[in-house]
Design a protein around this ligand. Structure first.
Ligand code: SAH
Length: 276
């Protein structure tokens, strides 16, 4: 097929495709947005790209042209004919049908050789956080994640201490990645048009991760510290050695009355390393 962005979306109508709310389907219908994402992601011929939710394949197509290989996970099998048609002629795309959250992704990657692993996707918004958490917990060692997400969710991902959006998720993410905003995206570039605006975020793996002696304890400490947002550390961390914690906190100018949302990742790392 000769490439035409318009044709790719026209095929949806020709096939009588029904957009599914359940699967969070809002497809990008503005080619400039796709081009921007491709340019900003800096993928190249050494990059294996994972895409979650290719939809009609408009982002997938350009990812394939600019990378070594693309593995795309799509839950909606009624997109099969459309994806086959839109991506015909590309030999470096594998589409895996099924729920991304249930996949053994590490296994899917085994047969590929690559220098860099990126995730580039316009995510299904109803499962944005579980997808990001899975990408980290599966230990895929993703070098860079470039994702379009709902604006409010994006704010939580890049939140810094002392802001209302700072949460255990922000600390968890910040341990592995530096998070940047790439661009704002208006709700008008999607079909159907969603009720929210979007942003594209970039997560870049940190070169110098902080040293953590016991990761299980570290992540539990973070979750427990934020358990009840309005409560202070003394109350949220009742089962822990509060003397040790107070000692560390005082080095940073805090005491047990501090609340988790005031504490940077360095403070949490210091506490965790002192507790074991
Ligand atoms: N990337 C396309 C479509 C984005 S809409 C575009 O930008 O135009 C989100 C896509 O994610 C849809 O195609 C939807 O079917 C798919 N999806 C939703 N839940 C999924 C899941 N659990 N696993 C894989 N794909 C999913």
């Amino acid at each position: 097929m000769e490439y035409s962005f318009k044709k790719m979306t026209d095929v949806l109508n020709a096939n009588g495709f029904k957009f599914s709310k359940k699967f969070g389907q809002n497809f990008i219908v503005d080619e400039n947005i796709i081009n921007n994402i491709i340019n900003k992601s800096m993928i190249d011929k050494d990059t294996l790209v994972i895409e979650i939710g290719p939809g009609a394949g408009s982002l997938t197509y350009k990812l394939a042209l600019n990378s070594k290989n693309v593995i795309a996970y799509e839950i909606d099998e009624s997109l099969k004919d459309i994806l086959n048609y839109n991506l015909s002629g590309l030999s470096n795309v594998e589409i895996i049908y099924g729920d991304f959250l249930l996949r053994d992704v590490k296994k899917d990657l085994e047969k590929y050789e690559y220098k860099k692993l990126y995730v580039v996707a316009n995510l299904p918004y109803y499962i944005t956080t579980p997808i990001i958490v899975k990408l980290i917990e599966d230990e895929l060692n993703v070098d860079k994640i470039v994702v379009m997400v709902q604006k409010e969710v994006g704010d939580r991902f890049k939140a810094k201490p002392n802001s209302k959006d700072y949460s255990s998720l922000s600390v968890f993410l910040n341990y592995y990645y530096d998070v940047f905003k790439i661009m704002d995206v208006s709700r008008n570039v999607f079909m159907p048009k969603p009720n929210v605006d979007s942003i594209v975020l970039e997560f870049v793996k940190k070169d110098d991760m902080l040293f953590v002696k016991d990761k299980t304890l570290f992540f539990k400490l973070i979750r427990d510290s934020f358990k009840q947002k309005r409560k202070n550390i003394r109350n949220n961390l009742k089962g822990y050695d509060l003397d040790v914690i107070n000692d560390v906190l005082s080095k940073y100018g805090f005491d047990l009355n501090a609340r988790a949302e005031q504490l940077s990742i360095e403070v949490f790392v210091s506490i965790a390393n002192k507790l074991c």
